[in-house]
Design a binder for this molecule. Structure first.
Ligand code: FAD
Length: 419
């Protein structure tokens, strides 16, 4: 069992050249059988495994990851955490996640560097302002700290915003969530992995699931075939983001999801210049400044479905043009890196969480470009659903069944842009 991180441990290890730290998690060989197998070692898979072991005492849990943990979207995202959604089901779920993030460093004894610097979403027209007011009203009714701001207040919050009268889309106001901010993505992965490992969860990396076996009579999942052999299992949780349709195909059903490439960019390091997250749906861009000084910039997903996890010039050009229109002072900043992740979207831009058509197989997918903020609540509610076989009350609205009943939770307009 690994020891707690503390100032004393830091001091003690500094005396021995930092050679005596425990491994943060083990690298076990996969066992022949587990009570629950989680496919996907991203934030959602690891958080789910942690809650299964901690809250429900499930003794034998494994997380199977085809590459390295956090190598998917959780390690590729722009780290924005917020809860400014429109529908009550969404605000309740995402605000629970922000609340869990607020206490996560302490809970995991791992600094996730949650910086609640606030997020400003600017509006560029009367129509957009009207929509933002509706969103703010809905959020406030749900107890979320969202507020409208005037154009002057927006400029006070972010003085480097474009204030030229010749701006093609002038800034006429905006909305602000003060509790929103950024979280260090790798720390979320490592913190959950360490905590789950301490509770006995086997985290098996370089273990790709290539098939799902089902009982001929009941149809229930019996085992998963992997690049490291067949592993028997009582229940399976699928948390593979952009590859959810591939796993559903292995289990013999289809999901109402499409996968797209979503890119992000980081600039050369700058002196501190941007102390808030700023976003514009009209200009298709959002940005924050990392602790290392780089601007972390994102935009919209590619407009065509694809599993190609790489950058391309049209996206770079669109995002750079939007950023320079929003903050002209960045016109001579050089972008250093560009990368992509594969994100999966349902038609209503809300996640799919809960039961699947296959007995004992559960779904955590459809996060699109916005599931990083959902990791703590996703893990908590998905673990409940797997352990009890019943959807957690917070995620009932996000069931796969909604595509039959058409009780959709259409958050496309609230999200506006991916983050
Ligand atoms: C560029 C970009 C920017 C984003 N910005 C934000 C943001 O600012 N805020 C926000 O909230 N969200 C953001 N997101 C979305 C967010 O990153 C994801 O929704 C979230 O990380 C999903 O977590 P996950 O654990 O479900 O998936 P992942 O972290 O992708 O983990 C899934 C894992 O499953 C593994 N896997 C796949 N197939 C198999 C298999 N057959 N066998 C075993 N393992 C398999 C993958 O290797 C991967 O590691 C962004 C995404 C991208 C790409």
């Amino acid at each position: 069992m690994s020891r707690r991180y503390s100032a004393l441990a830091l001091f003690r290890n500094s005396l021995t050249g930092n050679r005596d730290w425990d491994p943060v998690w083990r690298s076990p060989e996969p066992k022949p059988r587990y009570d629950v197998v989680i496919i996907g070692g991203g934030g959602h898979g690891l958080a789910t495994a942690y809650h299964l072991a901690r809250d429900f005492g499930v003794p034998r849990v494994a997380v199977l990851e085809k590459g390295w943990i956090g190598g998917g979207n959780t390690g590729r995202n722009t780290t924005i955490v917020r809860s400014d959604y429109y529908y009550p089901a969404s605000t309740a779920f995402f605000d629970r996640s922000v609340t869990l993030y607020e206490r996560l460093s302490r809970e995991l004894n791992f600094n996730i560097m949650f910086s609640q610097r606030g997020m400003l979403t600017v509006a560029h027209s009367r129509a957009e302002l009207d929509w933002q007011r509706r969103l703010v009203n809905a959020a406030q009714l749900a107890g979320v700290d969202l507020e409208t701001v005037t154009a002057a207040e927006a400029r006070r919050l972010c003085p480097i915003l474009n204030d030229s009268s010749g701006m093609r889309h002038p800034i006429v106001g905006g909305m602000l969530q003060r509790r929103a901010g950024t979280v260090r993505h790798d720390a979320v992965v490592w913190g959950y992995a360490r905590a789950a490992d301490r509770l006995g969860v086997d985290i098996v990396q370089n273990c790709e699931v290539t098939g799902i076996d089902r009982d001929a009579v009941s149809g229930a999942v019996t085992s998963v075939r992997t690049s490291r052999g067949v592993i028997g299992c009582g229940k399976v949780g699928v948390a593979v983001a952009g590859h959810s349709s591939v796993l559903a195909d292995m289990a013999g059903f289809r999901l109402p999801l499409r996968s797209f490439s979503l890119q992000a960019f980081v600039s050369e390091p700058l002196k501190p210049v941007l102390d808030i997250v700023v976003s514009s749906a009209v200009l298709g861009v959002y940005a924050s400044q990392s602790d290392k000084g780089g601007l972390v910039v994102g935009g919209n997903a590619d407009p065509y479905a694809s599993y190609a996890q790489r950058g391309n010039m049209p996206a770079a050009e669109a995002v750079a043009a939007g950023l320079v229109e929003l903050i002209p002072a960045f016109s001579r900043v050089r972008l250093l890196r560009q990368w992509a992740g594969i994100v999966d979207y349902a038609h209503d831009s809300s996640p799919i969480l809960g039961l699947s058509p296959v007995p004992n197989l559960y779904l955590n997918c459809g996060w699109g470009g916005g599931g990083f903020k959902a990791i703590p609540a996703g893990g908590e509610t998905f673990a409940h659903t797997i352990a009890t076989g019943e959807p957690h009350p917070l995620i009932r609205a996000f069931s796969l069944d909604r595509f039959r009943s058409l009780a959709l939770v259409d958050e496309a307009a609230a999200a506006g842009i991916e983050h």
